[in-house]
Design a protein around this ligand. Sequence first.
Ligand SMILES: [Zn+2]
Length: 224
Amino acid sequence: MALNLIFLGPPGAGKGTVAQAVMDKYSLVQLSTGDLIRAEVASGSELGKKLGVIINSGQLVGDDLMAQMLEKDLAKKVSQKTFKGIILDGFPRTLPQADMLESILKKLKQKLTAVIYIESSKESVVYRLSSRWSCSKCKKVYNTITMPPKNAGVCDDDGAKLTQRDDDKPETIGKRYDTFIEKTSPLINYYEKKGLLHRYDGNVPPGPSIAAAEKIIAGIVKKN
Ligand SMILES: [Zn+2]
């Protein structure tokens, strides 16, 4: 049976790293709606042209078009002999999208195996993401966790002050976190009720986080 997984977690939870490790281990393919949209536009198809117009006018791609693309791409992936399962990233984000995904999977005789929720506190997400600083003069980038400057707050090369982009500031990261929790909680409840949700404590370094996810998946594989 194929292993079809959704990963959920706030920005900064390490979702990309964990998903990549799981994908490699189980030979899964990733399905990113952002990549799908870009590929379709680049292909110059009728659908791609329609999407191009929408994106260039700054609008969001609606669920119907998204469903068409998803179905087309999934059908192609599922039909491959080497198909072992998919990892969905960035989709679904809403309940209607979750329903849509379910019906697409059903059409292709597939089932959602599990939803892995990487629970992370606001503090740990802010700690990780606000570690990026750069020199106001030469633009050299530092990471206060993994690559700190010799003297706090100043550049090693020229002694100029280090500054943060708005995106990397604790307030901005905190706001993004709140938005994620608010928007995603209906989805979490939805998958919890279906018995598909598996959560783990993501307030740990990447190694233990990957290990926790793999332990959950190993348990699921055993049961199926
Ligand atoms: Zn500098």
